[in-house]
Structure formats: C-alpha cells, structure tokens
Write a protein that binds this ligand. Structure first.
Ligand SMILES: Nc1ncnc2c1ncn2[C@@H]1O[C@H](COP(=O)(O)OP(=O)(O)OP(=O)(O)O)[C@@H](O)[C@H]1O
Ligand SMILES: [Mg+2]
Length: 237
C-alpha cells in the first residue's frame, strides 16, 4: 500500500534520512523503531509530503506521490498524526475534529464519523465544547488521533503516540490501534516503546543514524534479546 524506495531527506547539507526503503502492506501494522535522532520523524514527514525528498520514490495506493503536496496526500488517504500531540490549542474539541475532515466533501459522512469517534473516545464527547489546550496530555493525544481519523485515512502513520503518557493511557492507545486494525485501517507506528509496539505489529523496522539497520517479523524481533539490546538499548521496556 505504501512503498518508500531509497528515500533521502536533507536538512541543508545534513542527510537525516539516507537511502531508506520501507513498505507497509494493506491491513498491516508496521512498527518503526530506533533511538532519538534516528530519522523516524523525518521519514514519516517526507512520506506525507510535509518535507521534500532529495532522492527516492514514494508510492501510495498505486500512485506515485513523491512530489505531491501534503493536502493532496491526505485526500488520497495517507495521514500522519504528528509527534507531540499537535492539536489546535485555541479551538474546541468539536472544531478540531471538524478540521480533521477538511479534505472531505461528504458532510453526512463527516457527521457520522464524529459520532463514531466520540463513541470510540468517550472522553472527547465529555469535553466536546472545551478548548483543546485545557485537555490533559492523554486527552490531547486521543484528540490528535481522532482528528487524524476524521480524514478517513486508508493508512495512518502515528509518530510516537504514547510518548510522555501515563502507563494506563499508553495501554489504551495500543488497544485503540488494535481496534482500528480490526476496522480495516493500515498503520505505521513510530514508537520508543519497542516491546509494546512489536506486540501489536506484524513487522518492524529499526532505524539508526538515518538508515534502516534491521527489518523483520515483529514476533521474532521482540524475542531477540540481542537485537533489542544492540539497537534499542537496555532501557527499552
Ligand atoms: N528542522 C531540522 N533542521 C535540522 N536538522 C533537523 C531538523 N529536524 C531534525 N533534524 C535532525 O535530523 C535528525 C533526525 O531527526 P528526527 O526528528 O527525524 O529523528 P527521530 O528518529 O524522529 O528522533 P526522536 O525519537 O527523538 O523523535 C536528527 O539528527 C535531528 O537533529
Ligand atoms: Mg521523532
């Protein structure tokens, strides 16, 4: 469904992503792991057209999207929930959700989806008219995910959805990803919580210093202590 081939992304003269190839098949959950500064955020930002690629090719759902602007990529069904729970702080939960559907024209469908996601994230229903900046960190992350879902993605990329959240909320986020997969969503999840991410993923990639240093079956990766220590550090939980 998504095919990144030999992607290079530069910040000025510095190559943050060097020749990375990665695929996500329909219905899969793929985990993208690696230490701070590995290039994970840079890679997913380039995949959705937020950052330009210096070289390489991006295909999504049968089309070459390498040079497509982000808005058009979202309209095709490839959406990123960015790092750091970015929501429109001054807007209400309701307006944040509506704006998530900005690329859609099917008003009835948008209303249906709002109902659906308020059921999935009941806390957002309780906070519906509240300004987003007054939500807790966990609630803001739920809103960021729900807002991304409002674009009706076929493939959702989540950049560190569990970062900085309490264990109970982290667990809830992972449960949600399992539910979303059951509903037919394909996902690429960037995570520092390697064990948990591999626990729900089909396949995993490990990046370090801008390159893919390992790719494999998620269950095998999580069982390989050597691998987890070598690339992800002993501090991985
Ligand atoms: N806007 C920028 N300008 C210059 N360099 C940048 C910029 N953004 C990121 N970098 C550099 O690119 C490299 C990759 O950063 P990136 O944010 O993609 O890593 P990451 O794997 O997402 O890390 P983390 O786990 O900390 O989120 C780092 O060396 C970083 O310092
Ligand atoms: Mg990052």
């Amino acid at each position: 469904m998504l095919e990144l081939s030999n992607i290079v992304v530069q910040y000025g003269m510095v190559k943050a992503v060097r020749n990375v190839s990665l695929t996500v098949g329909k219905g899969e959950i793929v985990a993208l792991l690696g230490p701070n500064g590995a290039g994970k955020t840079t890679l997913v930002s380039a995949a959705v057209g937020i950052l330009p690629v210096a070289a390489g090719n991006i295909r999504f759902d049968g089309a070459d999207i390498t040079k497509r602007p982000a808005e058009s990529v979202v309209a095709m069904g490839l959406t990123l929930t960015p790092e750091g729970r970015r929501v429109f702080a001054e807007l209400s939960v309701a307006d944040n959700l509506t704006l998530g559907a900005a690329t859609r024209k099917d008003r009835a469908g948008v209303a249906e989806d709002i109902d659906r996601y308020l059921k999935m994230f009941p806390i957002l229903g309780e906070r519906y008219h509240q300004v987003a900046k007054t939500l807790s960190g966990g609630e803001q992350q739920m809103l960021a995910v729900a807002r991304s879902l409002m674009s009706r993605p076929k493939l959702l990329m989540l950049d560190e959805p569990s970062l900085g959240l309490a264990p109970r909320i982290v667990e809830r986020i992972f449960e949600l990803m399992i539910d979303l997969r059951k509903s037919g969503l394909t996902m690429l999840v960037v995570e520092q919580n390697a064990t948990e991410a591999l626990g729900i993923a089909d396949r995993g990639y490990i990046m370090a210093s801008g390159q893919v240093v390992y790719e494999g079956n998620a269950a095998e990766m999580v069982d390989s202590e050597d691998l987890m220590e070598a690339y992800l550090g002993a501090g991985v939980h």
